[in-house]
Write a protein that binds this ligand. Sequence first.
Ligand code: KIV
Ligand code: ZN
Length: 552
Amino acid sequence: MLKNPATKYRPFPPIDLPNRQWPSRVRTHAPIWCSVDLRDGNQALAVPMNVSQKLELFQTLVKCGFKEIEVGFPSASNTEFTFNRRLIEENRAPDDVWLQVLVQAREDLIERTFESLVGAKRAIIHMYNSTSPAQRRVVFGKSKDEIKDVAVQGAKMIKDRLSRLKGTEVMLQYSPESFSATEVEFAKEISEAVMEVWQPTPERKMILNLPDTVEVAMPNIYADQIEWICRNIKNRDSLIISLHTHNDRGTGTAATELGLLAGADRVEGTLFGNGERTGNLDIVQVAMNHYMHGIDPKLDFADMNSLIDVYERCTGMTVPARQPYAGELVFTAFSGSHQDAIKKGLAEWQKGAQQHWDVPYLTIDPADINREYREVIRVNSQSGKGGVAYLLESEFGIELPKEMQREFGPIANELVDRLGREVSGAELKEMFEKEYTKRESPWSFTGFDHRKDGPETTCNARIAHDKNPPAPFVGKGNGPLSAFVHALRQHPNAPHFEVADYREHALGAGVNAQAIAYVQIKINGKTRWGAGMDTNIDLACVRAVLSALNRA
Ligand code: KIV
Ligand code: ZN
């Protein structure tokens, strides 16, 4: 890299926009959405989609609620043309969905585009030509006036052919491609020249799409450009101002959101941001950003996982694990303190204490897009006791007492650390069982029964220590637990210990449901927890006492 990049690169000049309004505006409603997955997204794939993949993705976009879908560039290839024909001839587009087609301002291409649209119910004809100084100079070698003439001639060719699309409701769209790198005055001039030909009215608007073809500036500059056009272009009320951002500087979403504040009505983008280079705007992100502020986005991503499946199958792309809202890890917390906060936040939410979602670290309720709370917390060596406890409770109903969490958390972390990877809930349960409920030596028992005589409980227990055969012991107490402890103390090898804490709960419902008991003992000045599971709660309790002793 250069020591002084200023010798090669220059800053983007600011837009002269006194008293700009967009910084203090607030979003209140969803924009009009247009998916360009099947055109801009598709043209950026190493292997473009075939007709059946495009059909599957088209149906999915319709299901998400898109009412405007750019289906391709029908004059560019037979696949594109055939796809458009199949959509129309097989009546695959619902009546309220507009099929948008892209075309350059060239007569042969416009001809073919019109052929591809015959019989469509609703069509948007999207014409573009590139307008930035670099494009004018390097690609076309044309002056501003000559570039404007390309647009005007193209607009006329389209207008002249409109009568061929009888029975089709047509909307016209113009894009000064590379708008964000074009002088705003020239962008206005060329757009107004196209308007002059198409003569839009407030009742019959045209779409003026202002692309950030390559992101060349910070998103506030794009917002200024949009507000400048909205304020200065003639007949603003005859226009639908549309945004089309790419992500070269990583701010496609920001540029779109600020562009909306600046007065735009419509947004073009793709699912998960597929598109040339760093991609197009990720439309899911902007829609979900509206949703997380309580605005109905008018797009439905309720089944995010199925949407990802279709997208990945059709495009061959993958959704990165950290992709906002969609990535596999976005509702996963690895850090213990995050896990603890989420656990508390979810508990508060489930109690209904808050009207609005305010769970730390989770921007939305994962369940809204068919993700499960179970996915929120996984355990690795960085997880705290909160994460471990949450997983045992949410997946297996094991509600470790707080103090026991403090004991088992570090044990689990050490085991996970040794494995050097994340563990599943099942693996964590196995660790728990090995540490507590399956500890059967040196103390074990082969029989336990008890009866109640008034306030006193008497038990008969067959207790074994080490390799010695089990022997019978009788104990008395105010319940089965204390009677068993008393019996155990009769054993000649029994250490001195006391029961410090005891909890129990069912693990499920029904007569055959298991119960789990947790017992904390004090032994040699230390405390130890034990746990036992059984269909009989008294036996679970006896097992928990022996588990604690076996861990001492
Ligand atoms: O990025 C772009 O400028 C485009 C235009 C054709 C709208 O895709
Ligand atoms: Zn584009």
